[in-house]
Design a binder for this molecule. Structure first.
Ligand code: DC
Length: 225
């Protein structure tokens, strides 16, 4: 059967990860979390105090950095230079740092190169900000998943609370709006809906509802009649 590329873009907290994971499972495809790759590099920038102003050395560091997404026990693990850092990258500080490093052309070029190599053979569900526009402009299925900022902040807040992170809703909303603004206004590959993307607003829809909508698109591409 044809192996599609399913691209899911949208702002933070729209529900991309939940549906992308389920969709990949349902289709027997590989799940690619591109945000985790920016987070992994942001982690390295913080650990090694990398100078982001020096583009020549930044490019050299990027070319020598190993970032791998591996499936383990049905879960996606993120490896940076062979070290599993999955459990260290889901913090508000790393979210902001990932958003900051992702504005840099050198960083984006390297990540896009890695992502294209991973998705070369199709059979992938890829979530991010520039997947349908830049990384895989020929993806067969393109989804732009959105929701109101209040609802997105509420979901992210619940997620952080469940992880035992002490944070309040107001602070979560403020950080999220700041990050969205940066992701949408950056010069290189800003978050945009691809012209041919299907827009799904998940404010009033649960993951099941979103899945149904996307599966309809997938089935259409797999057997158009
Ligand atoms: O999806 P996420 O919240 O894990 O992403 C973290 C940051 O990484 C996000 O604020 C912007 C950046 N990012 C990006 O610029 N392009 C992508 N394809 C994915 C993430």
């Amino acid at each position: 059967m044809k192996k599609l590329i399913v691209a899911i873009d949208g702002p933070a907290g729209a529900g991309k990860s939940t549906v992308a994971k389920r969709l990949a499972h349902e289709l027997g495809y590989t799940y690619m979390d591109t945000g985790a790759m920016y987070r992994a590099f942001a982690w390295k920038v913080m650990q090694d105090e990398i100078d982001l102003e020096d583009e020549t050395s930044l490019r050299k560091i990027l070319s020598e950095t190993k970032i791998d997404l591996k499936k383990d026990n049905g879960q996606l693990r993120v490896f940076l230079d062979e070290v599993d850092i999955t459990d260290r990258i889901r913090t508000p500080v790393l979210s902001q740092m990932a958003s900051k490093v992702s504005t840099l052309r050198a960083v984006r070029e390297r990540m896009v190169e890695l992502q294209r190599a991973m998705g070369r053979e199709g059979g992938v569900v890829v979530e991010g900000r520039d997947i349908g526009t830049i990384v895989f402009p020929k993806a067969e299925v393109k989804i732009y998943l959105d929701a109101s900022s209040q609802e997105r902040a509420r979901r992210r807040f619940e997620e952080l609370k469940a992880q035992g992170k002490g944070i309040n809703l107001k602070e979560t909303l403020k950080e999220m709006e700041e990050r969205d603004r940066r992701d949408q206004e950056r010069e290189v590959a800003p978050l945009r809906k691809a012209k041919d993307a299907v827009v799904i607003d998940s404010t009033q829809l649960d993951a099941e509802g979103v899945m149904e909508r996307i599966m309809r698109e997938v089935r259409n591409k797999l057997s158009p009649d």
